[in-house]
Ligand binder design. Structure first.
Ligand SMILES: [Zn+2]
Ligand SMILES: [Zn+2]
Length: 363
């Protein structure tokens, strides 16, 4: 797994500065819209900004440097088009492969103030995609510098690899991507933006930027709703709902999100969200509304017995133990509900001190 543009912990950009109206930077930023909000709110976060080992702003910055080179350097342009034609790379991936070679020198330029050798850089680019592992270290370097391989491009060997997903914003897995995607070949596939935003929101939340996280998670909802591949709308709303849950100031947003999810799901999932919403209302001191949600649930999903257990649980959490016991006893008398509900209901009845003598645990 290649991690592009990782940013060593403890380092910062030092004296490296760039203009925000830089042309290349802005071209790349438009290709990586998931970074925009993070950039706008940059001063709220620590100087060393890394999300799972990657600095997303630096990612855009480096690709922007190469984008600028593409505008003026015929040699860079040539390899850029060659990589697209011969290696079947997307323009973004081709540029990122070039950036990988650039990165090798970048830290030396940045931290040791060594001059950047533009000619050597362009020469080296011709080695992208070639296997140099079998070369003799004392051979002449294949880049054409005339120097010995070991003194020229040998240390760059790993920077010459070509991979179709070069340049993707790789901030982690877990919300939309669960392993290295085999079927996706475009580093700008929206799925990467969705996943990246999830981690950016987490990062913002860790740095107490609740508003930023809300903006970013909402961007994900908007993107998911227009995504042409798989349907991620539910995921995006779910992420948002979970984020708003248990956050006092986002109570209204939680209700909006849960209503959306209720309207777009069915079966158990729908029932569970209705229960979550009802419990939330009860918690907020609105027992009538909670009660109404549960009544509605029993009406529209009479077979969802787990919802009845959740109702009893809600009653007991709101100091209505006697009602809970009555309700559970009634539920347990029914024969046609599912086993997990039976076990949960009986356990709760026991905890509440109700009469369990007529019922048996199944396991
Ligand atoms: Zn060389
Ligand atoms: Zn990129």
């Amino acid at each position: 797994m290649h991690k592009l543009f990782s940013f060593p912990k403890g380092e910062d950009l030092g004296e490296f500065s760039f203009k925000e109206d830089d042309k290349g930077f802005n071209i790349v930023l438009n290709e990586h819209p998931e970074v925009k909000t993070l950039l706008e709110r940059r001063d709220r976060y620590p100087e060393t900004l890394t999300i799972n080992g990657v600095n997303p702003i630096l990612h855009v910055l480096i690709e922007g440097v190469i984008e600028n080179q593409l505008q003026i350097e015929a040699g860079v342009q040539e390899i850029y088009f060659k990589l697209q034609k011969e290696e079947n790379l997307t323009p973004h991936a081709a540029r990122a492969c070039i950036a990988n070679v650039f990165l090798h020198d970048f830290w030396a330029v940045l931290t040791e103030h060594q001059p950047f050798d533009q000619e050597a850089f362009v020469r080296r680019l011709s080695l992208i995609g070639t296997d140099i592992s079998k070369l003799n270290r004392n051979d002449r370097c294949p880049c054409g510098s005339g120097a010995k391989f070991k003194r020229c491009c040998f240390p760059y060997a790993e920077s010459f690899s070509v991979f179709p997903l070069a340049g993707r914003m790789d901030l982690g897995y877990g919300s939309y991507i669960f392993s290295t995607p085999a079927t996706i070949e475009d580093p700008l596939d929206p799925i990467f933006q969705l996943e990246a935003r999830y981690h950016i929101a987490e990062y913002m939340d860790t740095h107490k930027d609740l508003d930023g996280a809300v903006i970013v998670l909402k961007e994900n909802i908007a993107q998911a709703e227009s995504y042409e591949g798989r349907d991620f709308t539910k995921n995006a709303w779910q992420d948002y709902m979970l984020f708003c849950q248990n956050r006092e100031q986002l109570a209204e947003e939680f209700l909006i999100a849960s209503d959306h999810l209720i309207s777009m799901t069915d079966n158990k999932e729908k029932g569970t969200i209705i229960c979550d919403k009802a419990d939330f209302l009860a918690q907020k001191g609105n027992p009538e509304s909670a009660e109404a949600e549960y009544r509605n649930l029993f009406n529209i999903m009479p077979e969802f017995y787990h919802g009845r257990y959740r109702y009893a649980l809600m009653l007991s959490n709101n100091n209505r133990e006697d009602d809970a016991i009555r309700f559970l006893t009634d539920l347990l008398t029914k024969k046609d509900y599912d086993n997990p509900t039976h076990e949960a209901a009986l356990t709760l009845l026991e905890v509440l001190g109700g009469d369990t003598s007529n019922f048996e645990f199944l396991s």
